[in-house]
Write a protein that binds this ligand. Structure first.
Ligand code: FAD
Length: 468
């Protein structure tokens, strides 16, 4: 068996692992990243963030083209070629994943394909098509990510019942799609297929879509889903599949009793769980917590000396940018720098229609934390750029400390709020006051003016709406 010695071995080349590898290379730490899949990039680049956003963008453009005659843009004969759309999506994924390999190389970090298993805390076996490798490493970073949770009564078969990976790879738009799970992945994929022409039903076991998100924001998305003809069943469980006249149906049990819904395809998206099984953790005495996460401290260190965990396998939230940050932190810690995962807030986006973007405390969180809260809200219907972009729905909501003015939370639903979010995140990280945002000149006409106006509204000083 070939043997290599490195200072740091990273297991998994998703957003956590590849960023750790790049940063280790930059810091001149001799490092190796090992990935079991044919391409680096993990869930995010291959079957998650990027492919979903490519299809969401295409579906948005398609829906727009079909309605643009209302503003004098008449596009006759618009049609969808799903095969070409999937091809374009794959091209983007290909560019990004090969970019990751180049960046690792350019920064002096080695990369191998193979499945890694611990032999001891400092020895890892890697089995791949190219043979077996024994890696001796002073530091080992576990960045093995997460996988979808399955439902025993609705097993994913890749044909009728799909997980998000299968749903993002469909070569034709299903006549009917039933989405089990009204979290962000279910809402994003359900919306995109509704725009591409599928009859979509979303089934959510709890009493609300997008559980955990401020209901004010969710309300705007729920209204748009209704407009798109998406049926939403809340407080409802999927019991299983049945056949009627040769057609598949999903049987549901909800507040109104039992019903069944036609389903050419079923997407099961009820959450994800950390992927630590098969790593041989028992050989190094590392035990996941009750939910399967590998507990880490603020330097990404596990209970076993020299073994670290980052990304989805380490702790929630299961988001790529949290994994990016942890990848940088772990590399700096290994390089001996005084780094720690010490952030004030982690932003989150739902690429629904319209988008939802949040960071920091919600009004309810802040009140629960004993803060005296003031809120400012500015609707996009009063923002010229949003009107000119045909996207007047939604609003920006600023939550600030009523006494000190400190910006506690930024919550928005509306056009391109995924990009507006960075201003709110930076403001919170800098400990800015709502006054700082309100006093900053924002270019006109931009959607970002809604952020400034919401900050002003929290002070009773909004210009383009009446202050309450
Ligand atoms: P992963 O991306 O899961 O990567 C782990 C890697 O480790 C994988 O490549 C795996 O093959 C490899 N691996 C596992 N075990 C071994 C082993 N034993 N040996 C070698 N290699 C191994 N997040 C966002 O922030 N924004 C979004 O818009 C977003 N959209 C999403 C959409 C969908 C449909 C899905 C499913 C997820 C989405 N996410 C999004 C979540 C995001 O993809 C994850 O949070 C992110 O990929 C986690 O990164 P990671 O590095 O921890 O793990």
């Amino acid at each position: 068996m070939e043997r290599v010695e490195v200072e740091a071995l990273v297991i998994g080349a998703g957003p956590g692992g590849y960023v750790a590898g790049i940063r280790l290379g930059q810091l001149k730490v001799k490092a190796l990243v090992v990935e079991r899949d044919a391409r680096p990039g993990g869930v995010c680049l291959n079957v998650g963030c990027i492919p979903s956003k490519a299809l969401i963008t295409a579906a948005k453009q398609y829906a727009f083209m079909r309605q643009a005659s209302s503003i004098g843009l008449v596009a006759d004969g618009v049609r969808l070629e799903m095969g070409r759309l999937q091809g374009w999506k794959e091209e983007i994924v290909g560019k990004l994943t090969s970019g990751v390999r180049q960046l690792l190389k350019a920064n002096g970090c080695d990369y191998r394909t193979g499945v890694a298993t611990f032999r001891s805390p400092h020895e890892v076996e890697v089995r791949g098509a190219g043979g077996e490798l024994l890696v001796a490493a002073q530091h080992v970073v576990i960045a093995t990510g997460s996988q979808p949770i399955s439902l025993p009564h609705l097993p994913v078969d890749g044909v009728r019942v799909l997980d998000s990976t299968g749903a993002l790879a469909l070569r034709e738009v299903p006549g009917s799609l039933v989405v089990i799970g009204g979290g962000y992945i279910g809402v994003e994929i359900g919306t995109l297929y509704a725009k591409l022409g599928a009859r979509v039903t979303i089934v959510e076991a709890t009493g609300a879509l997008l559980p955990g998100v401020d209901p004010d924001l969710v309300g705007v998305v729920a209204r748009r889903l209704r407009k798109l003809g998406v049926e939403v069943h809340l407080g409802t469980q999927a019991a299983g599949l049945s056949q009627q006249n040769g057609h598949t149906r999903v049987d549901l049990a909800g507040p109104g009793g039992e019903l069944s819904v036609a389903a050419d395809r079923v997407l099961v998206t009820v959450g994800r769980r950390p992927s630590a099984a098969g790593l041989g953790l028992e050989r190094i005495g590392l035990e996941p917590d009750a939910r399967g996460f590998l507990t880490v401290d603020d330097r990404q260190r596990t209970a076993v000396a020299g073994v670290y965990a980052i990304g989805d396998v380490a702790r929630p939230p299961l988001l790529a940018h949290k994994a990016f940050k942890e990848g940088e932190v772990v590399a700096e810690v290994i390089a001996g720098r005084p780094a720690a995962f010490d952030v004030r807030a982690i932003p989150a986006v739902v690429y629904s229609d319209p988008e939802i973007a949040t960071v920091g405390l919600t009004e309810a969180d802040a009140e629960r934390a004993g803060r005296t809260v003031a809120v400012g809200r500015f609707p996009f219907v009063a923002n010229g750029r949003a009107l000119a972009a045909l996207e007047p729905e939604g609003f920006v909501k600023i939550v600030r400390d009523a006494d000190s003015g400190e910006l506690l939370g930024y919550h928005a639903v509306g056009p391109d709020v995924s990009d507006l979010l960075a201003e709110g995140t930076l403001a919170i990280e800098l400990g800015a006051l709502a006054q700082d945002v309100a006093l900053t000149i924002h270019a006109h006409p931009t959607l970002a003016e809604a952020t400034m106006e919401a900050a002003k509204a929290s002070l009773g000083e909004a210009i383009h709406i009446q202050n309450r």
